[in-house]
Design a binder for this molecule. Sequence first.
Ligand code: NAD
Ligand code: WQD
Length: 344
Amino acid sequence: MDSGKKYILVTGGAGYIGSHTVVALIEKGFTPIIVDDFRNSNRDVIPRLEKITNEEIIYFDAACQNLERLRGIFSQFEVYGIIHFAADKAVGESMENPLKYFDNNFGSLTSMLEVAKEFKVGRFVFSSSCTVYGEPEVIPVNEQSPVSYSSPYGFTKKVCEEMIQQFVQSCPEVKSTLLRYFNPVGAHESGIIGEEPDGKPNNLLPFITQTAAGVRKELTVFGDDYDTPDGTCIRDYIHVVDLAEAHVAALEKTDEANINPMIYNVGTGKGSSVLEMIKTFEKVTGIDLPYKIGPRRDGDIKEIFANTDKVNSELNWESQKTIEDAISTAWAFEKYIREKRKSE
Ligand code: NAD
Ligand code: WQD
């Protein structure tokens, strides 16, 4: 058994938010251990993380459901905390194939809780989502706002939160924090890790950057007839590097949780519309973005942004970076990926 290091097991650590959190953990003196089977990420993220951090990255190519592999890892390292990112996350796909989402999102959580219990890992941080607020009646939403769901994906997040709640009550030596992320955007300032969707992006900013790069012909704005100042939907876009840092803050605070998990909104507290995102992209990059107004997208909510009072005061965390920072780094990452794919 190794000692002297604070090992944090990061499931999904090769993915978009996980990879940025690995960097943030190393910056704060933790030693991350990635468990990822690369079902939605690129193996090449590992050497890129090594380049950014100048550290050898410990990783295991394994599914979270593989309890035997997990037991081997937990026997080898004294794990200080778990951050559980690994999940499937595409809302549209979850409507077509809900079983895939039940299988992976519930299955991976169940086995991570199992090993947390077996190996007495005291801190368990879970990736939840603002999707649990559904279409909110009162904005901004705080952690007491009513919880609902409008897709099988959203259902898995709501149920996973409840699973953790029931589990920690049965196993008080494991304490947990649930982070409800708003809309993560942007990339690391190195420009070599970021959001790298496979195929056509579901999310707005990767669609914008792919359109600007010429991979997509034009962006469709999903509706401009909402009851908002410019008619387009409003979201709380949070820079992924800020979001990553919230995980480090949450890890230490998790010690203070009682038999209920602590829950925090992680957003900026400010809403931006789709048209504002497009205009800011054009201003930051100097590129005219081809776009058209299309019909509303099924299931979209009009407006949501976070009340961040709780996370600001209790985790002493506040978003620092701007939408402009997020857009310029996302664009730098898009250009990096295009060059890289050309040379492969
Ligand atoms: P991502 O797909 O980029 O990263 C997830 C990683 O987990 C991938 O590397 C994938 O290969 C891995 N993975 C998935 N299932 C696995 C399994 N069973 N075993 C091992 N590895 C597995 O997604 P992301 O955007 O980084 O999201 C991370 C978490 O945050 C997810 O739980 C997601 O639901 C949640 N979340 C994401 C957003 C968002 O907009 N990106 C918003 C709110 C919440
Ligand atoms: C943002 C805005 C679209 C693409 C999703 C999940 C949510 C959470 C965050 C995980 C919306 C508009 C988009 C495009 C557009 N993820 N848009 N044209 O829908 O807020 O949330 O990611 O937990 O659960 O649902 O994010 O990036 O898809 O859309 O006009 O081509 O951009 O209508 O208003 P969303 P998004």
